[in-house]
Design a protein around this ligand. Structure first.
Ligand code: TXA
Ligand code: MG
Length: 358
């Protein structure tokens, strides 16, 4: 299949491309498009066949439900059985934006889009290209992240091209996305609002609006524990780089010296090694190994660059990568959730009593 790639820089380019993309979506075809979080792989959310095409293009297990994207709150009622009060308050506070809400689904939503669940995930993105595309298509757009299953989510059109060129009809190139991590998923169908996937909207913000809220306990531990995550996608080891990634936690000096000794050991054994660190600690490492992810003074930069850095390590065919932890700020939960998954939960404490620091 030939994948058409459409630049979206000028208005002259944008309008006809969005019209063609919307037509393709109505015909049951697939189009990748930018959102403020990551690029999405869109198909008609009410068409069971489009859902199976999405799963096939991504190589994704079909029990992992899709998020339906809408461009107006008016589009919500036909898709859901009821709208809880808590959902209304969260929508007032955060829509359009990087927040996905779980509702009981209506008859209109095919089980193929929800992985067989009787609930549905709905998001109203703020990105203008996403909004125009959904409006023009006239249907809710089912869109997982536009990566091959098991690869980091795409934050640029180039990433989408790397993964899906030849597998989908069209890619709308809106440049790099703003946030770089997928939306926060909140389930308000039960008594306590639950974060099923941490994202840009934090637990603190959720509690500010609703006065209560918790993380789904299953996402705080390893996926092989007894707890079953409520977002089926959270049980997979997503975001897996080719290298064996290890996170090192602790005081900055201890972390740097532990990472350096681990990296040197592997390098001396002939392996290709990488280090992921913040701008603040860059000077502590040997410059030839290091990738700077962003600054701790502005953790949005770390969120924004995480997936790009992981993809670059893949391109450089690194075999072992050591990363600092980035857990301090309000975005720490989301960043560490993705980083821990990428690391297969391999995390070391530097400077602990059982450590032999050089
Ligand atoms: O930021 C985002 O949310 C991006 C952009 C494209 O909008 N989309 C995205 O989709 O990350 P995806 O398919 O990669 O992740 C969807 C997550 C999965 O973990 C899935 O299990 C969960 O949402 N999910 C979808 N429907 C659900 C439901 N009814 N109940 C619980 N979890 C659900
Ligand atoms: Mg995904």
């Amino acid at each position: 299949m030939n994948t058409e790639i459409c630049p979206m820089t000028t208005k002259e380019e944008r309008c006809p491309a969005i019209q063609r993309a919307a037509r393709l979506l109505r015909e049951g075809k697939l189009v990748a498009f930018p959102t403020e979080t990551v690029y999405g792989l869109g198909g008609n959310g009410l068409d069971p066949q489009a859902a199976s095409r999405i799963y096939a293009a991504k190589g994704r297990p079909s029990d992992n439900p899709l998020i339906l994207h809408i461009c107006d709150r008016e589009e919500l009622p036909p898709l859901v059985r009821r709208i809880p009060e808590a959902a209304k308050r969260l929508m007032d506070a955060f829509w359009p934006g990087p927040l996905t809400l779980i509702f009981e689904k209506s008859e209109k939503v095919p089980l193929e889009s929800t992985g067989g669940l009787d609930t549905v995930a709905i998001r109203f993105p703020s990105h203008p290209v996403a909004q125009e595309l959904i409006r023009e298509a006239g249907v809710p757009i089912a869109a997982p992240s536009a990566n091959l299953s098991g690869r980091p989510s795409p934050t640029t059109a180039e990433h989408v091209i790397q993964d899906l060129s030849g597998r989908i009809e069209m890619i709308l190139d809106g440049g790099p996305v703003e946030i770089g991590l997928e939306s926060t998923i909140i389930d308000v169908t039960g008594e306590i609002p639950l974060i099923l996937r941490p994202g840009y909207i934090s637990l603190v913000q959720l509690r500010e609006v609703l006065g209560s809220g918790e993380f789904d306990p299953a996402i705080l531990g390893k996926p092989d524990s007894d707890l079953r995550p409520r977002a089926p996608g959270m049980k997979y080891r997503h975001y897996a780089p080719k290298a064996e990634l290890t996170i090192v936690e602790g005081k900055p000096e201890a972390v740097a010296s532990r990472i350096l000794s681990l990296a040197k050991e592997k390098k001396n054994q002939g392996f290709r090694v990488g280090i992921l660190c913040s701008e603040e600690s860059r000077g502590r490492y040997d410059a030839s190994f290091v990738k700077t992810i962003g600054t701790r003074a502005k953790e949005e930069t770390i969120a924004h660059n995480l997936y790009r850095c992981l993809r670059e390590f893949d391109e450089e065919e690194k075999e072992f990568v050591y990363s600092e932890a980035f857990s301090e700020g309000p975005l720490g939960a989301a960043i560490m959730n993705r980083l821990m998954k990428a690391a297969g939960y391999r995390i070391l404490q530097a400077g602990g009593e059982d450590e032999n620091l050089p």
